[in-house]
Design a protein around this ligand. Structure first.
Ligand code: SF4
Length: 222
């Protein structure tokens, strides 16, 4: 990751893939969106489905990225990873996309500081559960800077994760901070089981299934 942060006079980013698909999660689910997947992540979540983005990739300038995105007829762009914020030039990319007029979202692990992200960006911030194996990486200071434009996301691996998330949501009044997303870890929890838990507890969250997995399973670039 430190290698990715080694600055250069001109902003550039290591990119695993840029592709056009339907947004699979969050508030804009189902909307045709361009995804910019940045390479590298300092975490190793047990359920990670983008391990192919840990390494490799190619260096792109901001101009090259903008030209690639412009090939698609949508105003929605999602910057994801890996962990996009592990590359410091990501902040410049986000601001450039907002300036161009795109509706921009950022998917981040919640382990890194999100306070310098352009305020026009909808930050989709994970809160890592015990089942992820990366609970210790949650940067709790991030919660204080989130607004209604942002989203907090829990991926639930089992009932223990659900109970942990429920406790966090209630104790920290997270639904007052921003929208809360809750999804089952693919293949670990039955979606209907998670839905039943949420309804039984009247939890103020948005249940979601990863649409792209329903449609295309784990195929990269979809
Ligand atoms: S933060 Fe995201 S990309 Fe990184 S290991 Fe976890 S699931 Fe994978």
């Amino acid at each position: 990751v430190s290698e990715l942060n080694s600055g250069s006079p001109q902003a550039k980013l290591r990119i695993t893939e840029i592709f056009f698909s339907l947004q699979g999660e969050a508030r804009t689910v189902g909307i045709p969106t361009v995804f910019v997947r940045l390479t590298g992540c300092p975490l190793r979540c047990s359920y990670c489905d983008t391990t192919y983005a840990y390494q490799g990739g190619e260096w792109w300038s901001l101009e090259q990225i903008a030209a690639e995105i412009a090939k698609y007829d949508t105003k929605y762009v999602c910057v994801t990873g890996g962990e996009p914020l592990a590359q410091s030039d990501c902040l410049q990319l986000l601001t450039m996309l907002c300036d161009t007029g795109y509706e921009v979202s950022l998917e981040t692990s919640g382990a890194l500081d999100v306070s310098d992200v352009d305020s026009r960006v909808s930050r989709v911030v994970d809160l890592k559960t015990p089942g992820s194996g990366e609970q210790g990486r949650n940067r709790v200071e991030n919660l204080a800077v989130l607004t209604r434009n942002d989203q907090l996301k829990f991926v639930i691996c089992d009932q223990n994760d659900y109970m942990w998330a429920k406790e966090m949501i209630i104790r920290s009044e997270l639904a007052e901070v921003c929208e809360i997303l809750m999804s089952p870890s693919f293949g670990q929890v039955e979606p209907s089981q998670l839905a039943d838990w949420i309804l039984a507890d009247q939890l103020p969250v948005r249940f979601q299934l990863q649409l792209h997995k329903v449609l295309w399973s784990d195929e990269p670039g979809r």
